[in-house]
Write a protein that binds this ligand. Structure first.
Ligand code: NAP
Ligand code: ZN
Length: 350
């Protein structure tokens, strides 16, 4: 076992603080790596604040992890010391159920995926995430970061990137498709960039017009404020697909009316309370509400390679670990442009 520094939550309400945690020695199939950068996802905040149920504390969040391999187990074939690698939202799954065999490990039905933090690994230990100096993960759950993508920019791709890439692919978004992205935060800004790179006509629906200039620069062709009731009149029936990335609960009725016949609203946000789905807008135009969870390992690699090829990078603000509590407040205030990424160098020593 080795000891490494980390930032952990100790309760739903106390600030995160510096601590030390242990990592297992690499087993035959494990890759050990020094974490260089870790993205800050709104899911980290939902989890810390116990909005999805009571987690076990101390809890080290972080599931957008990028770094460099320091050791590999004797049976590892995919990676070697010095490789640039990443880990996303899960570090294991059953590997045998139909979902796992199809490469949709995030939908594992054989006990569920093992979360990168607040999960229980095969060794029975609680998993601890990326706000730390190093991690040990089975090689099958490690991603290769293309040389073109700097490690700080790679980190947010491991969750925000694949969470938006996967539904865009699944719902065949491309040239000729009109899509709307609700909420311009970490996920939202990646949805704008990826949807644009795939050739779709992208509209942002944000609470206000404060970030309009950014949205248009990121590639969106249109930008509307949801606080303006006219938005919902003007855009009625205008979209094939809507990706809702909002971290709070919305009344979906107004948004469903913006879909075409057979259009789909894909729910990506995971607020703690229920979403209202009135039957009228669904029934009248045969519309659908669906949801989507991150992406599988193969699809995450495909997304990283797509971003390398198409020059897609997140917009990030790199922070020191001790800024994490302020960063959480800013995310909660929708004041993130557009992903905080922790430089974990100072956590590498215990
Ligand atoms: P984020 O950076 O905080 O972005 C969320 C955006 O939602 C905000 O920037 C804001 O955009 C909008 N928003 C926030 N509060 C709002 C409110 N009360 N009313 C209307 N709009 C509001 O969060 P994120 O990291 O992108 O994550 C977004 C959500 O997705 C979270 O619930 C997270 O847990 C979830 N998530 C899901 C998956 C998955 O696999 N499905 C993966 C990762 C994260 P504007 O300022 O533009 O309005
Ligand atoms: Zn996430």
């Amino acid at each position: 076992m080795s000891t490494v520094s980390a930032y952990a939550a100790t309760s739903p309400t106390d600030p995160l603080s510096r601590t030390t945690i242990t990592r297992r020695d690499p087993g035959p199939h494990d890759v050990a790596f020094d974490i260089a950068f870790a993205g800050v996802c709104h899911s980290d905040i939902h989890t810390v604040k116990a909005e999805w149920g009571a987690p076990q504390y101390p809890l080290v969040p972080g599931h957008e992890i990028a770094g460099v391999v320091t050791a590999v187990g004797s049976e590892v074939t995919k990676y070697k010391v010095g490789d640039r690698v990443g880990v996303g939202c899960f570090v294991d799954s059953c590997r045998e159920c139909p979902s796992c065999l199809a490469g949709h490990e995030q939908y594992c039905t054989g006990g569920g995926m093992v979360g990168t933090y607040a999960g229980v690994g095969r060794d029975g230990q609680l998993t601890q995430g990326g706000y730390s100096g190093a991690i040990v993960v089975d090689e099958n759950y490690v991603l290769r970061i293309p040389d073109e993508i700097p490690l700080d920019a790679a980190a947010p791709l491991l969750c925000a990137g694949v969470t938006t890439y996967s539904p865009l692919r699944h719902w065949n978004v491309g040239p000729g498709k009109r899509i709307a992205v609700v909420g311009l935060g970490g996920l939202g800004h990646m949805a704008v960039k990826l949807g644009t790179a795939m050739g779709a006509e992208v509209t942002v629906l944000s609470q206000s017009l404060k970030k309009m200039e950014d949205g248009l620069r990121l590639g969106a062709q249109h930008y509307y404020a949801t606080s303006d009731p006219d938005t919902f009149k003007k855009l009625r029936g205008g979209f094939d697909v809507i990706l809702n990335t909002v971290s709070a609960s919305l009344d979906l009725g107004a948004y469903l009316n913006l879909l075409t016949l057979d259009g789909t609203l894909v729910e990506l946000g995971m607020p703690e309370s229920a979403l209202a789905v009135p039957p009228g807008p669904l029934v009248r135009m045969r519309r659908s509400v669906s949801g989507s969870l991150i992406g599988g390992i193969a699809e995450t690699q495909e997304m990283l390679d797509f971003c390398a090829e198409h020059g897609v990078r997140p917009e990030i603000e790199v922070i020191e670990p001790d800024y994490i509590n302020t960063a959480y407040e800013r995310v909660l205030a929708s004041d993130v442009r557009y992903r905080f990424v922790i430089d974990t160098e100072s956590l590498r020593q215990s």
